[in-house]
Ligand binder design. Sequence first.
Ligand code: AMP
Ligand code: ZN
Length: 471
Amino acid sequence: MPKIYLYNTLTRQKEIFKPIKKGVVGLYTCGPTVYNFAHIGNLRTYLFEDFLKRTLEYNSYRVKHIMNVTDVGHLTGDMDMGEDKMEAGAKREGKTAWEIADFYETAFKKDLLALNITSPSQYCRVTDNIPEQIALINKLEKGGFTYKTSDGLYFDTAKIKNYNKLSHLPLATLKEGARVEKNPEKKNPTDFALWKFSPVGKNRQMEWQSPWGIGFPGWHIECSAISLKYLSKNLDIHCGGADHINIHHTNEIAQSEAATGKKFFNYWLHGAFLNITGGKKMAKSADNFLTIDNALLKKGLSPLAYRFAACQVHYRKPMEYSEASLKQAQQGLQKLWEQTAALGNKTGKVNSEFKAKFLEAINNDLNLPKALAVLAAVLKAKLKPEDKLATILDFDRVLGFNLHAEARELKAAKSVNTAELFPAAIANKVGLRNEARRRHDWVAADKLRGEIETAGYLVEDTATGSVIKKK
Ligand code: AMP
Ligand code: ZN
């Protein structure tokens, strides 16, 4: 198998990737907290993880991919204080926490589909894995790693060595950072809740019996319990956004290794943020909350333009959001679809020299900007069109630009009446509608059909794609 180099946050080095079991990779990616829509910053992290997964598959690994869905226990404050985000969402929308979870989990899956992000082998809801979390906390209690306070059962971080092995932060700095939210009952500022009690005299919507009292799991325990349950023999790669390094992933490692006595995951990969102008991190606050819907669809841009834009920046470098750069990405992608359509229908042989270059780029810690340059070089090279087509479609297994389907749609639209050129605005709407249909978003597809028809064109859906004609 070719060598894959990945930057491991644990060692702060690029390392040659070796799975625990030959040919199989266990991949755990921290999933969404389903109390609101995902913003395109969150989605940048899921895109990076998708490129990683596709790269592993391109290298012929079988990937067991597990993603949790946080539907309880993630509090508004990072240090185990504040309100449960799910209950806050329920209050905001006048629904139950369960309804909120259902709604936003569905919305999240729709976003992934729009971005052509492959589904995990399994989604695991936190509320479906409560006994496993209680069992893990039990183990920690038996091992002497816990203590009780008035609001919950806590993990004592002073009981383990190397608490900071992932963050590489001096303990003094961690203490400093934790001062923002003080909990006088904690023995050490870095200690964290394993189980929180329901407030006295108040019923929460989501709460369970436990050996310590009625309550709900702390945020970090879910990822330990779920990954140990589903990937017990394949604890290879664990991913998330860079904000997870110092707290969430650090705590996952601390409690998992304390409970099992064994190393938790071997490789820890983190994606850098999507920032809005001025280097500010995108967050779920009102003024700064860009979604697929408001940042792309409502601007007439394809969600895949964002995928294309994410490919242009290495995953460990911050990415700056701007509407202009998304528009540029849309133009670049549209051109690529057109170039693919122009290569015809016949697929020849994948060019081995270009394939080797592409593989070298992606296997070097997912160097996708370089992989895109290899793709551009293929299109410029003196190769037979059918071999070019075979080569770029092969690359698209990793890039996920839907080259095959989009080129087919373009050809179908043009073949109806080649003499007629549709205005760009109409062609754009047809493209967006095709995408909406592929992600089964019938509401958006029907809305776009209406807009195309109002502009004087007819849409016909055929077996090979939709075609447009002047009325
Ligand atoms: P959450 O739904 O808040 O649990 O976050 C889901 C994922 O998005 C996590 O892996 C976060 O680290 C990641 N994330 C949050 N904000 C950003 C951002 N601005 N850019 C990239 N990733 C982010
Ligand atoms: Zn997690």
